[in-house]
Design a protein around this ligand. Structure first.
Ligand SMILES: Nc1ncnc2c1ncn2[C@@H]1O[C@H](COP(=O)(O)OP(=O)(O)O)[C@@H](O)[C@H]1O
Ligand SMILES: [Mg+2]
Length: 310
């Protein structure tokens, strides 16, 4: 439904997006997850046709290019400019007019959308008097006025309080249950868990695309938490079996090269250094996945992900 191949965009010297390839099947919710500056907005804007890529192709609903499917595409930009002195309903009307929708159609759709986003009691409230979460819901309502089959959302939950984020996700699930294909970007790792599919993006590169469970299973058995009475962040750095070690103040989280050979190697090391430790197998969070798969650049984890992920 949404597909791109080798999308690249440079801004002067900077490569904002590098050879990004992604496919989101119809009816799926895909999260484009990565930190600030990773290239999320640039990639989404290329998918909508708002930025011309330096190279690469986009297909939407099987059609090459972005122009042909304009009405099928709903887009909610990262910073949506609502008219502050217009009401909720008037903001919708202004944007609906741009799509040349007739009054009766707008009336019917707006009622339906405002009901769904639970903004119906606030139709006459001025946009400037809405909370952050409500502003985002209004921006979403506007993106829905053309009844798009594909929805592209750029960081819609950024800076929004946790309750409103939950609320927003419920609306997304509702839309998805009606068949809408959704791609949304977010800097929040925990939101990745809520998607069918996750594309991890770091420094302009998509480093992995998979389901949250499959991404986590790539760390299967390789993540160990160790409590030792030594506070030395470099304690495990010399150990070849340990690919990455993070010190969390009272424990170390280690990523071992090999889930079978890793543990005995660590036990040997501790014994040699006469250290007693408690070792438990850790359940990876999406943040662990990101740190170890995306940020450990240039090391073997990264190379492996690239090899598997393409
Ligand atoms: N119009 C632009 N001109 C120059 N640099 C840009 C422009 N847009 C984005 N960038 C740069 O490209 C990189 C990716 O930005 P962006 O796509 O906005 O990332 P994200 O949305 O993940 O925060 C950043 O380093 C940003 O500063
Ligand atoms: Mg952005």
């Amino acid at each position: 439904m949404i597909r791109c191949e080798n999308l690249t965009k440079h801004f002067g010297e900077l490569t904002a997006v590098k050879q990004a390839s992604l496919q989101v099947d119809a009816g799926k919710v895909c999260g484009l997850v990565g930190p600030d500056g990773a290239g999320k907005t640039t990639l989404i804007r290329m998918l909508c046709g708002l930025i011309i890529p330096d190279s690469g192709e986009v297909w939407l609903d099987g059609i090459k290019g972005t122009a042909a499917v304009h009405e099928k595409l709903g887009y909610m930009p990262q910073s949506f400019s609502l008219y502050p002195d217009l009401s909720v309903r008037e903001n919708i009307d202004v944007f609906a007019a741009m799509y040349h929708l007739d009054r009766a159609t707008v009336q019917q759709r707006a009622d339906e959308i405002l009901e769904m986003t639970r903004l119906a009691p606030f139709t006459s409230r001025l946009a400037k008097q809405l909370s952050g979460g409500m502003k985002q819901k209004l921006s979403l309502s506007i993106a829905l006025i053309t009844r798009p089959a594909i929805l592209l959302l750029d960081e819609p939950t950024y800076g929004v309080d946790p309750e409103s984020r939950k609320d927003f996700w419920q609306i997304l699930y509702h839309l998805n249950s009606q068949g809408m294909t959704i791609l949304m970007s977010t800097p929040y790792m925990d939101e990745a868990e809520l998607c069918h599919q996750v594309a991890l993006i770091n420094q302009g590169e998509i480093v992995a695309v998979d389901s949250p469970a499959a991404l986590k299973s790539r760390l299967g058995g390789r993540l160990l938490d160790i409590r030792v009475d030594v506070k030395d962040p470099a304690l495990f750095h010399s150990l070849a079996a340990v690919q990455d070690a993070t010190f969390f103040g009272d424990y170390y989280r280690l990523l071992v090269e090999d889930p079978v050979a890793g543990l005995p190697a660590i036990e040997d090391y501790l014994k040699t250094h006469k250290l007693s430790a408690e070792i438990i197998s850790a359940i990876p969070s999406m943040e662990d996945v990101f740190i170890f798969l995306a940020e450990s650049k240039g090391d073997s984890a990264r190379e492996r992900i690239d090899a598997e992920g393409r």
